[in-house]
Design a protein around this ligand. Sequence first.
Ligand SMILES: [Cu+2]
Length: 494
Amino acid sequence: MRYQHAIDRRQFLALAGSTTLAAGLGISPAAWAASPRQSLTVGTRIIEVNGKAATVFGITDVKGRSGLILEAAGGFNVSLTNATDVATIMHWHGLTPPFGMDGNPLSQQPIAPGASMDFSFDLPRGGTNWMHSHMGLQETQLMAAPLIVREGEPQMQEVVVLLHDFSFTPPEETLATLKGKGAAVVGSGTAGMNHSGMTMNGTDGATAMPGMNMGGMAMGGMGNMDMDLNDITFDAYLANDRTLTDPEIVAVDKGDTVLLRIINGAASTNFWIDLGQIEGTVKAVDGMPVQPLRGSRFGLAMAQRIDIEVTMPIDGAAVPVLAQREGDIARTGIVLAPTGATVTKIAAAADTQSAPVLLELERQLLAASPLSAKPVTRQIMAMLTGDMQAYVWGIDGRTFDNRQPLEVAKGDRVEITMHNMSMMSHPMHLHGHHFQVVGLEGQKVSGAMRDTVLVPSMGMVTIQFDADNPGEWPLHCHNLYHMAAGMMTIVKYV
Ligand SMILES: [Cu+2]
């Protein structure tokens, strides 16, 4: 059974992209129409976490592999079947399809249990992307998978790492606890909850406070600001479904260069990617190329991706690729290991708590292909607002139900300045477009092209994009619990 509304829209779009019609209009035919349709199935599965069985969702291709690997030239031609017993909506995070193909609650009706929906559109470029449910709290139950788009044969071995945070507590219960017991969150012993607050001085202090106590400790000095990190404590942090108790060991060759495609699929966790003693070269963020940047530690906010080239040591040593939760000792990761390498056990708890993820990386990134020079024709200020006690989050003081759309017109160069008036950081995601980061705390930059940017507590980030894809596009916080508590609006073409 196919959902009728969805199929109507699909048929229209399929027709609009069909070879015959395209030829009649004198435009090149859609690439997707010439490539075989791929099947994806959303199902349930059982994984082992901390020695206990956990029933979670999964998204697999015909060969049972998680997610999809596509060739950009072949376009996106996918039939998604919902084999679970709950309705769902699947979002293609990082792709910029026509509105009806985006997979969000405004663009389609949910896909009922047992039903399928076809998605077809062309892909302008390769990149590290992902797919995840955009319905309810399903994403946190691992309804998420990699969506890798390649341009030609890989130049080197590629290693995909999907990070996640995991809880045995049903997410509805976690959200109810957050909403119902806001006052008890701070410093309480509520099961599953651990609110870590901190006070820090000055601007980015990330490197200035290794090992600091995040339990509400105050650091002296003028200009202090408060910051809340991690309003949920999870039971485990996963890299490709596994914890550091039994991490994935990826076979590589000593001296070889491999491409890490790391996806932060966590519902409510910003990570520090840590290569230890090894330096890597960042090649892309959010599937969009950046000017090469060397380093060994990189902040990765919820929903963001980072592509890092890593050259294995010639002595044949293994290289752990770790992801440590911000403001926490908890970590996960994988190990790159040449044949015969000694793989030592890595504790799931680091020795020291990590700093908050702020704008350190963002300040260093430069787009490899920035937006064209063009005057801004539409300027928007969006306040990111929240009430930690009531656990209500919003944009301009409004929750999604009460939203005031941000209006743009096709052809606009749009600039949105997001000013965070709350004590938590928010990874803000715009559907249907890539934007360029052009301002950080009021300073002009020619930053990365992205689809998700972190706006730190009390911080300000400015983005620009070309309004070239009509629709009513969600703009929301990618902290799943913040979004569920209202932090979403729409960018509406008028
Ligand atoms: Cu948020």
